[in-house]
Design a protein around this ligand. Structure first.
Ligand code: PEP
Ligand code: MG
Length: 585
């Protein structure tokens, strides 16, 4: 049966493929593909886990205290039966053999299949046995996880995925679409260069970091699709319309043909835009506009150069810190990564933002019950850095050292207080002194502040006394101005870049920087939205930083714009109670 699911459009384009479900509550389970040669070893891991859990349950059962309630013994017997049950074991084995899933992924995939069968049972007693099955699978997963920890010391999820991807690509010619309840930004990063042609998640807002990474992958994606992971079944045919935020499940041949046509049109449009790569980014009235790239990893630099970015306006350094089970990268590792980014940009400037950990970018997956109540307002970004000066100094030294190899700007996230600015500058000086004392070379830096908190936007004048440049992080500025969690799909409809209060803060920050002859950039998602390019140009913005995938579409807008004529209109938009109504004007 064909049906559609509506979510939020986060990464443009059309993807058509078969669904691969990542079981929701167990996202902390490693998902990677094994090679055909590794199948026997993977099956062996499962057999061992089954035998161990069976022994464990039998021992529990045999050693039950005499006064234990009789139900306990019955439950353990049910669990024992389930471990031995062929429906589970054979199903899991075929996920490994036929699909090349790793053991944990195979277990959770089969759990999904069997759990659905339980859900459909009429007998309430049998339906409730689903919980038992989940517990048994948890036990197996825990055993496997323990085994992995003792056998291997390095987290190998990312490299394992990357290594296997190509082989899988060779082995399978059907495009795959990933469907999950939620994916952390680190998970998402893991899927870079993966086999998936599209992503769907139940949760997430348009500017959640998961959505941002999806966009940087340039793969159609829909987030906030509510119960997609419940409604879609393994192997269903899926169309993702990343422009409309719609997912079509099991499309009819007519719908499929229509979307295949749209997909080809989009490819043609891309090709057309790619011709603008070497065209200078200049408005009709000869205003130069700097189009910079946002990157997550040094390896993204070639993509930025490919689309003609004139530098990196935002290197989100926190991605070097995430998905490593809390182990922080040391100075050498960071220095090597920053240097790779600088050298990768071949002499163009690279703006490295100090680590922005916290909120929807935890260092590692924090179980929900351990998470802080209001992480977006908690120890995040510069607050996190200042709370651990040794960690922060390590990062500052690494960035200073990278600056000896090219043009580097340092960008500080989420500042609000004068005291934070002064502490940051003092630590930067201390980092220089430390490097001097060690005789390690470092280079000059321009330092900039992100304007992401309304307090910072209102204090732009004060900020400019300390900083060489400002960079407006509209994703957070909108979140904090409108009190809307950017990662929460239930309030996504209120997340409005065109709210008059947001526009006023953006306009005033740009005007203040210009008045003081300092440069100002927008590096939030607003900068990469071609429908907002004219407005930002009209407000005087001449520096935009965005995902490489957006650069050519924004350049097209720049080339068609007359910035001086847009200025009057932009002021009218900012002063209006309903700016959206004037946007088409
Ligand atoms: C922003 O807040 O706009 C920004 C660019 O930073 P991030 O999206 O990483 O929070
Ligand atoms: Mg931000």
């Amino acid at each position: 049966m064909t049906f559609a699911i509506h979510g939020l459009a986060v990464a443009r384009g059309i993807a058509i493929g078969r669904a691969v479900l990542v079981a929701s509550s167990r996202v902390d389970v490693a998902h990677y593909f094994v090679t055909p040669e590794q199948i026997p070893a993977e099956l062996e891991r499962l057999t061992k886990a089954r035998e161990a859990v069976q022994q464990e349950l039998q021992a529990l059962h045999d050693n039950l205290p005499k006064d234990a309630p009789p139900e306990l013994s019955a439950i353990l017997e049910v669990h024992l039966m389930m471990v031995q049950d062929t429906m589970l074991a054979d199903g899991v084995a075929s996920w490994v053999s036929d699909r090349l899933y790793n053991a944990e992924w195979a277990l959770t995939s089969q759990l999904d299949v069997v759990a659905r069968q339980f859900d459909e049972m009429d007998d309430p007693y049998l339906r409730e046995r689903k919980g038992d099955l989940e517990q048994v699978v948890e036990r197996l997963l825990r055993y496997i996880k323990g085994e992995v920890q003792t056998v291997s010391t390095t987290p190998k999820r990312i490299s394992a995925t990357k290594q296997q991807d190509l082989q899988l690509e060779d082995a399978m010619d059907v495009p795959l679409v990933l469907v999950a309840h939620d994916l952390s930004p680190a998970d998402m990063l893991q899927f870079k260069k993966s086999v998936f042609t599209g992503f769907i998640t139940d949760v997430g807002g348009k500017t959640s970091h998961t959505a941002i990474v999806a966009r940087s992958l340039d793969i159609p994606a829909v987030v906030g699709a509510r119960s997609a992971s419940q409604l879609v079944r393994q192997d269903d045919w899926i169309i993702i319309d990343g422009d409309a935020g719609v997912v079509i499940v099991n499309p009819s041949p007519i719908i499929l043909a229509e979307y295949s046509f749209k997909q080809r049109q989009a490819e043609l449009e891309r090709e057309r835009l790619s011709r603008l790569r070497h065209t200078p980014s200049v408005t009709l009235d000869n205003q130069r506009v700097e189009l910079l790239a946002n990157i997550e990893m040094p390896e993204d630099a070639p993509q930025a150069l490919d689309v003609g970015a004139v530098g990196v306006g935002l290197f989100r350094s926190e991605f070097l810190f995430m998905g490593r089970e809390g182990a922080l990268p040391d100075e050498e590792e960071q220095f090597a990564a920053y240097r790779r980014a600088v050298e990768g940009m071949k002499g163009l400037p690279v703006t490295i933002r100090t680590v922005d950990i916290g909120a929807d970018k935890p260092l590692d997956r924090t179980p929900k019950d351990e998470a802080h109540l209001n992480p977006a307002l908690g120890l995040r970004a510069i607050r996190w850095s200042l709370a651990d000066p040794a960690m922060f100094l390590t990062q500052l030294r690494a960035i200073l050292r990278a600056a000896a190899h090219g043009q580097v700007n340092l960008l500080i996230p989420m500042l609000a207080h004068k005291s934070e600015i002064e502490q940051t500058i003092a630590l930067l000086n201390q980092a220089r002194v430390q490097l001097d004392a060690r005789g390690v070379p470092f280079g000059p830096l321009k330092i900039g502040a992100m304007i992401e908190i309304p307090a910072a936007a209102i204090s732009a004048k004060m900020f400019l006394r300390y900083f060489d440049f400002l960079s407006i992080g509209t994703n957070d500025l909108i979140q904090y101005t409108l009190a809307i969690d950017r990662a929460d799909e239930s309030v996504a409809h209120l997340y409005d870049p065109l709210h008059p209060a947001v526009l006023r803060l953006v306009a005033d920050t740009i005007a203040e920087a210009k008045a003081q002859n300092k440069s100002v950039c927008v590096c939030g998602e607003m900068a990469g939205d071609p429908s907002l390019t004219r407005l930002l140009l009209g407000l005087g913005l001449r520096s935009f930083s965005m995902h490489p995938t957006q650069i050519l579409a924004v350049k097209q807008e720049v080339l068609r714009a007359d910035a001086s004529r847009l200025a009057i209109w932009a002021q009218e938009v900012v002063q209006s109670d309903e700016p959206a109504l004037l946007m088409g004007a």
